[in-house]
Design a protein. Structure first.
Length: 302
């Protein structure tokens, strides 16, 4: 099966997960810290650990230094998710998601510096278009001056950098060690991050309170969402075994297009689940940004 299938499974599933994240944030975490939601991501990884250990018994037979770096990859991934959820708490899904394009740009630099991956002039042009599309979505024009959302930009740029470094570490060790062993220790890193959050008293109290009041809804919706997110991550990471880091992350950048498309569909057919702005001005702005991203991705993967 083509690696493109796995590469594109990431953005499609992440787009679905983004809208589910937005629903969860608005429905259950409007007055709670979104760090609590990250704990659910960690729990899904914990549940997967024994399954991976049974499938690949050699997970414990790797050098401590390698294991520590892979664990760091999982911690970085969880940190990126925390930055992303904090941004999503105050912004529309289609405004937040374009900032994931920062990850491919960081990936280009890391891929060149660490893995020796080179970029053609077309790929560099594509990266510039991706960045331009991101900036168009991050600027709101009102009155005489545009307002640049500094908090959103900082949160999502930090998210993009953490994702790029995490993917770089994963690619290196998935190729040198083993895909499933690398996945196992990455999930251990995610579990450590979740456990650290639960050690903070306010987060622990919020987690217990939310589970007590909304047990069924949270377990069902958040559990399904985390499984979707897990599938996206696994597909994208598997594609790293067969394609350059910068290319896979560029394809992951098409998440914006799917978020935009799903957001419009939900707003039209299920307005109680999503409230994307559908004015002609907003549609033109987001559509222009999405088009630039699409052209940029097409140039990057050539």
């Amino acid at each position: 099966m083509s690696w493109l299938f796995f590469a594109f499974s990431g953005p499609v599933l992440w787009a679905i997960s983004t809208h589910l994240d937005k629903y969860l944030v608005e429905r259950f975490f409007k007055h709670s810290d979104v760090a609590v939601l990250v704990v659910f991501t960690a729990l899904i990884g914990v549940l997967a650990l024994p399954l991976i250990a049974v499938y690949e018994p050699s997970v414990a037979g790797h050098p401590p230094g390698s294991v520590a770096l892979i664990v760091l990859s999982g911690i970085l991934y969880m940190g990126a998710m925390l930055f992303y959820l904090r941004a999503l708490q105050t912004e529309e899904a289609s405004v937040v998601s374009p900032f994931f394009q920062a990850a491919p740009l960081f990936g280009y630099v890391l891929g060149y510096a660490v893995l020796g991956e080179t970029l053609s002039p077309l790929q560099m042009t594509g990266g510039a278009l991706i960045l331009l599309g991101t900036l168009i979505v991050s600027v709101r024009f009102g009155g005489k001056h545009g307002v640049f959302k500094l908090r959103l930009a900082l949160l999502m740029l930090a998210c993009g950098l953490a994702l790029a470094v995490s993917a770089l570490i994963f690619k290196i060790f998935a190729l040198e060690v083993d895909f499933w062993a690398t996945t196992f220790w990455m999930f251990v890193g995610e579990a450590i991050f979740g456990a650290a959050l639960l050690m903070i008293a306010p987060y622990r109290r919020q987690f217990v309170a939310l589970m007590r009041v909304n047990t069924t809804a949270l377990v069902t919706i958040s559990g399904s969402n985390e499984l979707i997110n897990l599938g996206a991550g696994m597909g994208s990471r598997y594609a790293l075994l067969f394609a350059p880091l910068s290319i896979v992350q560029a394809i992951s950048g098409t998440t914006t297009l799917f978020v935009f498309a799903f957001g419009i569909a939900l707003s039209v057919f299920f307005p109680h689940l999503a409230r994307e702005t559908l004015s002609s001005r907003e549609l033109l702005r987001k559509g222009t940004a999405a088009l630039l991203v699409a052209i940029g991705v097409a140039l990057v993967v050539r």
